[in-house]
Design a protein around this ligand. Structure first.
Ligand code: AKG
Length: 335
């Protein structure tokens, strides 16, 4: 590599970091600065580490969410129980929306709702400007639609079975944290892997459940979501490359592939309608398409101890909570 191209790469890397920083909320920017200034950083790290100690996370910070789950008396049906067991064992479950919801029309309805968002002004402006307007990843164009109780995507976010899987995995009723449509733009195959294209552990909570619903077929060239099974907290490889709360971990690719024996890799290529449910505090990566746009819908659930603010809004048609289940009301902080 010549000195000029090395300089250009460095400048690009710095530019990307600056972009990501600017894309964060003021609260997150302040936290980042706080963590960089010694000795404040030592106190801050100690504080966040303490929050993620199992006993504190479960019994102090999430006491009411645990009680709320314990107050549920309905036993899990066999399919939900099996999904929870797989999630606990592997950190990831892959299914498809129709099967998961027991509704043969669910995928078509979700795709129709997703395509409407793709046609939205918010997405059009980003496509025209070739620039992500929200979030820190330049290659992910996002739409954050307001929740709408009559819409298929909102119904998925508040679906009883999904909330029950997440709750029984976390051991407490979850809060909804984000509700987003992603349109991953193809990148130059020679460009550097950045952001979540690299192996990493998410940082926002001690355990986090993310849901990805593919709205187009995703092949191996389209940056399929990829997970190292059993790297979630408490699992066989949960201790490798630990997070540094309130930051996750971004270990070098070569180290991950060398140190995780047998690499129990789950590369989630799949047809539209594929549904991935996983704990993203386990090692994962994805989103680097080098051919076509990867379009998916994504949800995040976490606990009351999560660090970042919620990333969704309630629309006009999401004001009457009386018809929601107790778990859905809890997810939206309406209990
Ligand atoms: O885009 C992907 O497949 C990965 C996303 C990711 O790493 C995340 O949401 O934490």
């Amino acid at each position: 590599m010549t000195a000029v191209s090395a300089q250009a790469r460095l400048a690009n890397g710095f530019g990307e970091k600056l972009r990501r920083f600017r894309g964060q909320s003021i609260r997150v920017q302040l936290r980042t600065l706080f963590l960089r200034v010694w000795p404040l950083s030592a106190f801050a790290r100690g504080y966040y580490r303490l929050r993620y100690v199992d006993a504190i996370w479960e019994n102090v910070l999430n006491r009411s969410a645990r009680r709320a789950l314990l107050s549920e008396s309905t036993p899990l049906d066999a399919a939900t129980r099996q999904t929870v067991d797989t999630l606990r064992r592997d950190g990831i479950v892959i299914t498809d929306l129709n099967t998961f919801l027991g509704d043969p029309t669910a995928t078509d309805r979700a795709i129709a709702a997703g395509m409407k968002l793709l046609d939205s002004e918010q997405m059009r402006l980003q496509l025209e400007g070739k620039q992500a307007a929200v979030g820190g990843k330049s290659y992910v164009l996002r739409v954050l639609p307001p929740l709408d109780f009559s819409d298929g995507l909102t119904s998925l976010a508040l679906n009883e079975r999904l909330l029950s899987v997440v709750a029984n995995y976390l051991g407490m009723r979850p809060r909804l944290k984000s509700f987003e449509l992603w349109n991953n733009q193809p990148v130059d195959p020679n460009s550097k892997e950045t952001a979540s294209m690299q192996w990493h552990r998410d940082y926002d909570d001690h355990k986090i459940v993310k849901v990805f619903l593919y709205l187009v077929d995703v092949d191996e060239h389209m940056g399929p979501f990829t997970y190292l099974r059993e790297t979630q907290p408490g699992a066989r490889f949960g201790h490798l490359f630990p997070s540094r709360p309130p930051e996750g971990a971004v270990p070098p690719k070569a180290d991950v592939e060398r140190l995780v024996p047998g690499a129990p890799l789950q590369q989630c290529t799949g047809k539209k309608g594929s549904l991935i449910i996983c704990d993203t505090t386990g090692l994962h990566r994805g989103g680097r398409s080098t051919t076509k746009s990867r379009i998916l819908f994504t949800l995040t659930y976490a606990s009351d101890a999560a660090i970042d603010p919620d990333k969704y809004t309630l629309g006009e048609n999401a004001r009457d909570f009386s018809r929601l289940s107790p778990a859905a009301r809890f997810a939206l902080r309406q209990n």
